[in-house]
Design a protein around this ligand. Structure first.
Ligand SMILES: [Zn+2]
Ligand SMILES: [Zn+2]
Length: 255
């Protein structure tokens, strides 16, 4: 059994095709998936998926790539997170790759999410791109380790992974791990404890090999698990079992 710890099933390309997507999950032993919010306007769609399907969960948060007129506040995030199917806060974090200029609003928004997570007791889903040092610094300053969470779609080096684990966080690998040129990420997947690893698709984006370039879907998380098994020279079953236990330890311990 495998769990997709990060997908966007409400996005175009997936939302119209849910019956096939669920059938493919069953056929590939992907038992559960976490549907991650990117803004508050589409949060109801994400929540509806989790309410309608036993094996889907939701998160609430606003992605760092979304420039908004009105910033989400801590109170609202905490209120929306009260729903029993909302198991995480995010995705949140920093992205200095997609956006440039004065990004102090991004850092403030990230701090708001960490404070909300600590207040409501639900772990963080953190997105970080070209911003590892600021991400780690703000995590430490806001005592994010007190609630924990995951650095999702990990694309940084071993040093950053170790620092995040030190703060009490998990590392989640996406389909990028299966790409031939992902040497540094493969090294991370080989070196950190299996007990700190989650797997994800980030679908509809980033389809793993051998589906690269196609619309991604939760069933393909199996290929991420296969690559971890290959890199660590362990059985695929073990990767499935341990990463599923990790998911449950992180996200379902309170429910
Ligand atoms: Zn992300
Ligand atoms: Zn995402």
């Amino acid at each position: 059994m495998f769990i997709d710890s990060h997908c966007h099933l409400n996005f175009p390309g997936l939302a119209e095709d849910l019956d096939n997507i669920f059938a493919n999950m069953r056929a590939n032993h992907v038992s559960q998936a976490l549907c991650v919010s990117v803004d508050l306007a589409t949060f109801p769609q994400v929540l509806k998926l989790a309410e309608r399907h036993d094996n889907l969960y939701a998160s609430v948060g606003v992605h760092p790539d979304y420039e908004l007129e009105v910033e989400p506040n801590q109170e609202e995030l905490v209120r929306l997170a009260q729903h029993p199917k909302v198991i995480a806060i995010g995705e949140t974090g920093l992205d200095y790759f997609r956006l440039t200029g004065d990004l102090s609003w991004q850092r403030e928004r990230f701090r708001t999410h960490i404070r909300a997570a600590r207040e409501c007791g639900k772990p963080l889903i953190i997105h970080t791109r070209s911003a590892a040092q600021d991400t780690l610094r703000i995590m430490a300053e806001e005592d994010a380790g007190r609630i924990g969470g995951v650095l999702h779609c990990f694309t940084e080096n071993l040093e950053v992974a170790k620092a995040a684990i030190e703060l009490g966080f998990y590392i989640s690998f996406s389909g990028i791990l299966t790409f031939k040129n992902a040497t540094i990420i493969k090294e991370v997947a080989q070196s950190i404890p299996l007990e700190k690893i989650l797997i994800e698709t980030d679908s509809p984006y980033l389809a793993p090999a051998p589906h690269r370039g196609k619309t991604n879907q939760p069933a393909f998380v199996m290929h991420v698990a296969e690559e971890i098994a290959r890199l660590r020279n362990i059985a695929l079953d073990e990767v499935g079992e341990v990463t599923s236990q990790n998911f449950k330890r992180l996200f379902l311990k309170h429910s």
